[in-house]
Design a protein around this ligand. Structure first.
Ligand code: ZN
Length: 137
């Protein structure tokens, strides 16, 4: 037990006095941001001049559209004030990221192609699926 606690502690990181970053157990240099747990979570991958934000998720449907995402990305901006923060976005989240870009919380959206999300019931990313079911060919 003691060992385990030690192990967990060693993975925690603070960036610019913003805490609650935890290094990914298998991917070096990837950090979970748990500062907004359990509502939301994301991964950051800091490089020399930039930070990629990854797996940005607000868990519960009912928590979306209430500013939780903006609060979380504001934390990330605080943690990395001088770095170029960028994301790849799926189709349904693009308006959100465009707004965050406008506000200066991120610096760029890097993918210029349409990326449908994994959720086949999402009608924004999958507009042709009338009933949300995966179609047979
Ligand atoms: Zn979607």
């Amino acid at each position: 037990m003691k060992m385990k606690e030690q192990e967990i502690e060693d993975r925690s990181r603070t960036f610019n006095d913003v805490g609650d970053f935890w290094e990914h157990p298998r991917k070096e240099g990837w950090y979970y941001y748990d500062g907004r747990c359990p509502t939301s979570n994301c991964i950051v991958i800091p490089a020399e001049d930039s930070v990629e934000v990854h797996n940005f998720v607000i868990y519960e449907e009912e928590d979306r559209g209430k500013g939780h995402g903006m609060a979380m990305i504001a934390d990330i901006r605080l943690a990395f004030p001088d770095k170029h923060i960028w994301v790849d976005t799926c189709i349904h989240a693009r308006p959100f990221w465009e707004k965050m870009n406008e506000y200066g919380y991120i610096n760029s959206i890097e993918n210029d192609y349409d990326w449908p999300c994994m959720d086949t019931t999402c009608t924004v990313c999958h507009p042709n699926r009338a009933n949300g079911r995966r179609r047979r060919k």
